[in-house]
Design a protein. Structure first.
Length: 468
């Protein structure tokens, strides 16, 4: 450390001095040393991080921004204060929900100082929403997202086959769910082919494995329906069935899907996107496989209904045939009736044609009488044309004479106003460079002037100027 208070600390001494107490920053003369801004920020950072350590903070998120780097930047605020916070990608990747502005959360982190700006901030390591748990919050967020995309709409869901021949089951091969399903299927429909696609159904690695198993199940040849599920458990145990990738695979599946997860009160995202939701795995088996006894009874009932319907139909046809036979007449007589009908229609047609022609002839005669001789009409129109021609010629001659007289007056007036007439009376027009001279101030001694006379023109040089 320098003995002079005006000498700054060396950069190599920053870490060592920042770790000292405030008294250690004094010089030997008990005077403070001059620190750079960087040295001060480092000192404050080490004080805060060393004294405060890990803290839990509750507040409302504002100004939230998910950076392209994967880090979260936001502020935590209450009614009186706020603090900037950051959550790096490695920590926020473990969150089960998506933070957003206005959300009240509890975070665990450490106070740190961002040296380049001298800002202190909270570096978050863990975050939980206030009220509902993180898993429930993530469930509600994904549910709203997929619902807005239309993945829950009943219009897009496929019907479950009434009599499937091949069923694929995606579940744990050692769980209670597969035993329940196989027991129901063996009791109700032994002829159905069943393929179990094994997968784990619990834990962080379960969701990817269920997705792969589901893709294998839908790719099986001749599969008619796929059952996806497991037995009951906590929300953490069944969380793998809330996976977004699995939900989209189920929604896009070309094969009908039945979701059978947990008990009747348990709901997962898979239940909403599946074509049918079964309250339990056993219920899924009952829904997809009709009982053999029920089918036999139904066949007997249908056979009886078919027999009764057939007898009823035959009785109706016999009665109809009997009625038609009574109404049937001799074909020869029918032909005779048609011949008479044809002759009657022919007579009526001939009468209508003759009457129509007579009306047309009478109308032509009347029109001929009204029209008269075409030559008389032509002669009449010629007389009218000659009369109009004579009137037109007379009116035209009168108009021309009147225009001539008016033009003569105008020409005489124009001629009287012509400058040339004034020149003929003994006046002249004096110009300089084609400009008419009206005042002696327009010329000076030595100017060349053009003088226009009644006959010819004269060029003159100004010898003197007299202004009045």
């Amino acid at each position: 450390m320098s003995d002079s208070p005006n000498q700054p600390l060396r950069k190599t001494d920053v870490s060592a001095q920042a770790s000292l107490g405030a008294a250690d920053l004094l010089t030997k003369n008990n005077e403070p040393s001059v620190l750079s801004v960087e040295q001060l920020n480092i000192y404050v950072k080490q004080l805060l991080e060393g004294q405060i350590g890990q803290v839990w903070v509750k507040g409302e998120i504002s100004n939230f921004k998910a950076h392209t780097s994967g880090h979260f930047y936001f502020s935590l605020k209450d009614s009186r204060s706020q603090i900037t916070a950051v959550m790096f990608r490695g920590n926020n990747a473990r969150l089960k929900f998506k933070p957003a502005d206005g959300m009240e959360v509890i975070v665990r982190g450490r106070i740190t100082v961002y040296e380049p700006r001298g800002n202190y901030q909270l570096m978050c390591e863990m975050m939980e929403p206030v009220g509902a748990g993180a898993l429930q919050k993530a469930f509600e967020q994904l549910k709203m997202k997929l619902k807005a995309e239309g993945l829950f709409e009943s219009a897009r869901k496929k019907p479950i086959p009434t009599f499937p021949r091949h069923i694929a089951i995606v579940t744990s091969p050692t769980g209670a769910a597969i035993r329940d399903i196989l027991n129901v299927l063996s009791r109700r429909a032994k002829a159905i082919q069943v393929t179990v696609v094994p997968t784990i159904v619990q834990g962080e690695a379960a969701a990817p494995q269920i997705c792969e198993a589901f893709k294998k199940a839908t790719a099986l040849p001749g599969v008619d329906v796929v059952i996806v599920g497991r037995g009951g458990g906590s929300i953490e145990d069944m969380w793998c069935f809330n996976d977004e990738r699995l939900a989209r695979l189920i929604a896009a599946s070309p094969v009908p899907v039945i979701s059978a997860v947990g008990h009747e009160i348990d709901f997962t995202i898979a239940d909403f996107v599946a074509d049918l939701r079964a309250p339990t795995p056993s219920a899924a088996a009952e829904l997809v496989a009709k009982s053999s006894g029920e089918l036999a009874n139904k066949v007997v009932s249908l056979e009886r209904m078919l027999h009764l319907t057939f007898e009823k139909k035959m009785k109706f046809l016999r009665e109809k045939m009997l009625g038609l036979s009574k109404r049937l007449v001799d074909p020869k007589r029918r032909l005779q009736d048609l011949e008479l009908r044809n002759d009657d229609l022919l007579n009526r047609l001939e009468f209508a044609i003759n009457r129509r022609l007579a009306e047309r002839r009478h109308r032509v005669e009347l029109m001929s009488q009204k029209l008269g001789s075409p030559q008389d009409l032509i002669d009449e129109k010629k007389k009218d044309l000659e009369y109009l021609k004579a009137r037109s010629e007379k009116a035209l001659h009168f108009s021309i004479e009147r225009k001539k007289a008016r033009m003569g007056k105008v020409m005489a007036m124009l001629d009287s106003l012509s400058p040339l007439k004034v020149v003929e009376r003994g006046y002249s027009i004096v110009t300089k460079n084609s400009e008419v001279i009206k005042s002696a101030s327009q010329v000076k001694k030595g100017d060349l002037l053009d003088i226009r006379l009644a006959q010819g023109s004269v060029t003159a040089i100004v010898d003197g100027v007299k202004e009045e």
